[in-house]
Design a protein around this ligand. Structure first.
Ligand code: DQA
Length: 143
């Protein structure tokens, strides 16, 4: 099974960025955790981070051309703004799980709406980095 893990803007600054919300662990630590879990579960994983909305759209297309079986996406702030990401996920027809490190449901009103959610098979939020592992489990059980 091949899973693409896509991370949106400012997630490269994990560990530095608002640690009271996102914790002190770094983006590299997140990637190591995902890679270790994937190897234990015999999942092939490709992990990307970009600050660009169009670049995230391109990565969703790349998952399609690369015949990924699933996508785990933390679109970060684009969650709450991007119709383009929603359309991209709808276009490729690959089971996709939306992940948020924080519990967006208890945060500011502008974080309550997610465009991409409608195209996702599940949403995992508020579980910290473990949410990415939970998302991989969900994709594994979808297959
Ligand atoms: C986030 C939540 C978003 O609201 C925020 O813009 C982020 C990170 C999360 O992982 O909790 O950048 O997606």
């Amino acid at each position: 099974m091949k899973i693409y893990v896509l991370n949106g803007p400012n997630l490269n600054l994990l560990g530095v960025r608002e640690p009271e919300v996102y914790g002190y662990a770094t983006y590299e630590e997140l990637c190591s955790k995902i890679r270790l879990y994937a190897s234990e579960k015999d999942i092939e994983v490709e992990i990307f981070q970009t600050n660009g909305e169009g670049a995230l759209v391109d990565l969703i297309h790349k998952a399609f051309y690369d015949k990924a079986d699933g996508i785990v996406i933390n679109p970060a702030a684009y969650t709450h703004t991007s119709v383009a990401l929603l359309d991209a996920v709808k276009s490729v027809n690959i089971p996709t799980v939306e992940v948020h490190i924080s519990d967006v449901s208890t945060r500011e009103p502008f974080r309550q709406f997610s465009y991409v959610r409608e195209a996702c098979v599940a949403t995992v939020m508020g579980k910290g980095f473990d949410g990415y592992l939970a998302a991989m489990d969900i994709l594994g059980s979808e297959k």
